[in-house]
Every structure is written in C-alpha cells, then in structure tokens.
Design a binder for this molecule. Structure first.
Ligand SMILES: [Zn+2]
Ligand SMILES: [Zn+2]
Ligand SMILES: [Zn+2]
Length: 544
C-alpha cells in the first residue's frame, strides 16, 4: 500500500482546497447579491459594486493566507505520509496466531493502517485459517480486533449479518434475532470506482481551470504577503499615530524645533557674539545613533573669571536650545586660557526626542524589536505612509474634539497648522484663518458669512449630498456653460448666493438646492463623472 505520495500529489491537493475555498467565497457573495436584489430600495448597480468590492478584498486576503500556509502544510502532510509508510512497511507481524475455532496456526493475508485518536498508528494484520477458513484481525501488539456489532435499525439489538459477493457487488443481509427485522444492503464496488473516477476528473478540471487564478506563484505570493503584512503594520501605525495625540509629551515633542547643524551654528554664534564669546565654531560632527558636535569659542571679555565665563555660557546655550532638538552633553563646558569648549548632541528620532522631554523609553522587549524590523521593512511602504497620515489626522481631530468641550461653537486653529483648504470655498489658509468645528474646516470669510446668516451652516463641498453646488458644478454636473449660467441668473431661474470677503469682494458663489428647484428640474444632473476618484477622510482628502 502506498501512503507516501510524490510531492505533486500534495501540491494538487492543497491547490484544490484553495480553489474550493475561493469558489465558496464567490458563491457566498453571489448569493448575498441575489438575495438583496429583491430589495427594491437598494440601487442594483451600487449593490453589485459594493459586493464585488467586498468579494475581491476577501479573495485577495484568502489567496494570500492560503499561500502563506502552503509550504508548511505540504511538508506536514509529507512527513505524516513518511511516518505512515514507514510504519506500514516495517512493523513486524504478530507471531503464533491461532484460530479461535479449531486452534490451528493461522497465516496472514494482508495488512492495513489504523488511526486511533490520540494514539500511535497501528497496523492491523488479517489472518486466515487454512483448516477451517476462519478469519480474524490482529493488531501489531497482538491485540485482537473485535468486530463491530451491527445493530438492528429498528430495535438496536445486535443483528446477524450474512454477506455474499457476486462479481463487484457485495450484498449484506441483516437479520435481527429479537424483532425479526430484515434488511438488505448492497455495496457496488464498480459504482464506487466510477464515483471515484468522476471525482478525480472533476478535481482535475478545477485545477486546470482555476489554479492560475487563485493559487499564487512564489513571486506573486511573496508580494501579496508583504502587502498584507504592510497593511497590518499600517493599521498599527495608524493607531499609534492617533494615540500620540492623547499624550501631552508627544504634542510637546512635535513642537520642538528641529535645527540642522548649520542653523544651530548660526543661531548660537550670533547670540554668543553679543555676549563677547567670539569665533564660535562647530567642529566635525560624530555621526552615530545621535549626532554629536564639539564646539569651541573664545571669551573676549577678559574681566570674566573662568567659572563665571563657564556658568554664563552654559546658561546661554541651555536657554537657547531648550525648545530645539539639541542638548549640551553633560551640561559641560570647559575653560582653558580663555578658550571655551563643549559638545552638543542632536536628536532626530521621535523616540529620542521624547526622551529629552523626560519620557521614559519603552523597554526593549522582543515585540519592540519586531516593530523595529517592521519599521525598517515597511516604514516607507505607500500604504503605511497613507495610514500614518490618517492616524495623524484622526489624532489631531481628537485633540480638537476635546477642545470643543470648552469651546462648543468651534475655534480658529494655530498659525502653524495647515495650510488647509476651506470646506466650502476651497481656498487655502493657514490655521489662524481656519475655523474648526464638527462641520469641518471653514475659512475666516466663510465662517463670517455663516455667522452673519448670509448662508446657513452648510455641509462641506465633497460630501454635501446635493445640499448646494458651485459654479463649476453648474457647468460639469448640469451641462450649463458660463454664458448661459449668467443668463439664467438674470432670468431668476438660478438663484446664486455671492459670498463677500473682508475686502468687500465676491470670492465665491454658491447655489442652494432649496432655492433652485426649478433649475434642477429643467437641468437634471448628468451622469456623475469625476476626473479622479476621491476617498473622503473627513477634512483631508486623499486622491488615489
Ligand atoms: Zn480454523
Ligand atoms: Zn430488531
Ligand atoms: Zn471659505
């Protein structure tokens, strides 16, 4: 008996499982789509789009997961096959087995492997008696196999079974000694063979038809796994990034000014010169985990004694670099014959910046090493970059939402934020001219127009559900060129609202849906096309 097969057998078997899994997924989504098709309230096209999106995503992951487990599964099966083969081939048959009927010595005719849960494999040997034709099965450990009793299907009493074989058909007649019930079971070996062949044929067809589609090659598989891995990491990055904004130290570290060596030199030499420390120079930096730069200067104020000079210089430097990513190593400044020197240390990485603000570093656990590896591998992956932006965005949003508790109407952002585009007119402004609340970002002009009641507090341009539209939409969405638009405005079919800025100039024109019902009836919206797909992420839009 052949238990260990060649590798291709296992590859085919694995690929078949993958193919069947993928086909099940496709059928599931087809069914969902068809079930929902009966629901009139849903738009058919959109439903199909959503379902196929979900399906493709699921297949994308499933194929990757199947690929990930392929090699190890095949290896495991082959190892198991090897053990089975070895056990089957090399287990010694039990000696001196005597017939239970006549006591003659029996001889073995065939053997078989038997699996028992939580037990080592067993080999079952079949013995036959040449004197009386009696038979029995004996395991390799000498234990006799007890035939499984056949129970009457009516009264569950043990029934007697008489088997006859004619060609390839085995007939079993089961008779119950208790209730007398009799039944006949037929086992057609030829039919079994035919079924088996049919299944083989079907499997072969499935493999030919779908293997390329669902079973990833090594090259594609590795690519897929990397993507999925990056995706997981991206999620982690998103959460970490978002969480940072809950921690005041992170917020402070973000505000530290990151100075280059040249900037540092310029700032310090200007400042020190005013205090009579002349010829300030930075020497060649040591570039390692940190950047360490020795500096020297000369104290031209001869009235200062060494300790005073040193204290003074130390204080000056410390105060100057306090809000930057630089620190004076060991708070140390040396003084020799009017010559002062010391070393400055520059921090680049976020973790290190946190350290200088007094936050303890995460202990180097195996997990953080893993994170380090992942960061090196996936840190610059597009997906990770994108999720970092999302995380940062959502983190900032959370900080603002917390601020909203004290300033429920909203507030202007900081001058360092942005520039952002206004959610209504789309013009760019720095944070100090952007009003923020849960409606989104509003420039100072639009904010004033809302406050003054020129326009209601309308939704943002990219997701306003048709609440309002602007001039460009009159052309693109409703097919009305600018000249005709002006005419329609004069005739009163189009009712514009002109928004005026601080200088008294019209900076934006919009049309409210509720004011323009007649226009909308006459000029229905054209098929909605957009030059680019826009994913809406609240205030910040990322185009793919
Ligand atoms: Zn016998
Ligand atoms: Zn019975
Ligand atoms: Zn605006």
């Amino acid at each position: 008996m052949q238990y260990l097969k060649d590798e291709q057998y296992y590859v085919d078997f694995y690929d078949l499982l993958t193919i069947k899994g993928c086909l099940r997924t496709i059928n599931y989504w087809r069914k969902v789509c068809n079930d929902k098709a009966k629901d009139e309230s849903l738009n058919k096209e959109e439903k199909e789009k959503a379902a196929s999106h979900a399906l493709n995503w699921e297949l994308f992951i499933l194929e990757g997961e199947e690929y990930a487990k392929k090699q190890s599964s095949i290896k495991r099966w082959m190892d198991e096959g090897r053990i089975e083969q070895d056990t089957y081939d090399n287990t010694a048959e039990p000696k001196s087995i005597h017939c239970s009927n006549c006591g003659s010595l029996m001889h073995s005719t065939m053997k078989d492997l038997e699996h028992f849960p939580n037990e080592p494999l067993r080999v079952l040997f079949f013995f036959e008696c040449s004197s009386c034709n009696g038979r029995k099965g004996v395991y390799d450990n000498g234990e006799e196999r007890l035939p499984k009793p056949h129970l009457c299907s009516k009264c569950k009493t043990e029934a007697s079974v008489a088997r006859t074989r004619k060609g390839k058909v085995i007939t079993s007649i089961i008779t119950c000694p208790s209730c007398g019930f009799r039944e006949t079971e037929m086992d057609d070996l030829e039919e079994n063979d035919r079924d088996w062949e049919k299944k083989q044929r079907e499997d072969k067809e499935l493999l030919e038809k779908y293997r390329n589609e669902f079973c990833l090659s090594d090259e594609k598989g590795k690519e897929r796994l990397e993507f999925l891995e990056a995706m997981k990491y991206a999620n982690q990055v998103y959460n970490e990034e978002k969480r940072k904004y809950d921690d005041p130290v992170y917020q402070k570290s973000a505000q530290l000014k990151k100075l280059s060596i040249a900037e540092l030199e310029k700032i310090l030499s200007n400042l020190l010169e005013k205090e009579s420390y002349i010829k300030f120079v930075l020497e060649k930096p040591e570039i390692g985990k940190y950047v360490i730069v020795p500096f020297t200067a000369q104290d031209s104020d001869l009235s200062r004694r060494s300790t005073k000079s040193v204290d003074n210089l130390r204080k000056l430097i410390k105060e100057t670099i306090e809000e930057t990513n630089w620190r004076l190593i060991g708070d140390n400044v040396d003084y020799r014959l009017g010559y002062v020197s010391g070393r400055l240390k520059g921090y680049e990485r976020e973790d290190d910046l946190l350290e200088i603000l007094g936050k303890k570093k995460k202990t180097e656990s195996p997990e953080s090493e893993l994170d380090y590896e992942k960061r090196m591998k996936y840190g610059s992956h597009n997906l990770v970059q994108l999720f970092r932006v999302f995380g940062e965005h959502d983190g900032i949003e959370n900080v603002r939402k917390r601020r909203l508790e004290k300033e429920p109407e909203g507030f202007f952002l900081n001058i360092d934020d942005g520039p952002y585009s206004c959610g209504i007119c789309g013009t760019g402004h720095y944070g100090n001219e952007i009003w923020w609340n849960l409606d989104g970002l509003r420039c100072i002009n639009c904010h004033k127009n809302i406050k003054d009641g020129v326009i209601p507090s309308i939704k943002s341009r990219h997701n306003n559900d048709g609440e309002w539209f602007d001039k460009s939409q009159v052309s693109y969405d409703y097919g009305v060129p600018p000249i005709r638009r002006t005419k329609l405005e004069k005739e009163g079919l189009l009712q514009p609202i002109n928004l005026v800025n601080r200088e008294g100039m019209i900076y934006f024109t919009l049309y409210l849906e509720k004011d323009n019902q007649n226009f909308l009836k006459k000029y229905p919206k054209k098929a909605n096309w957009r030059p680019r797909e826009v994913i809406n992420t609240g205030n910040k839009e990322v185009t793919l």
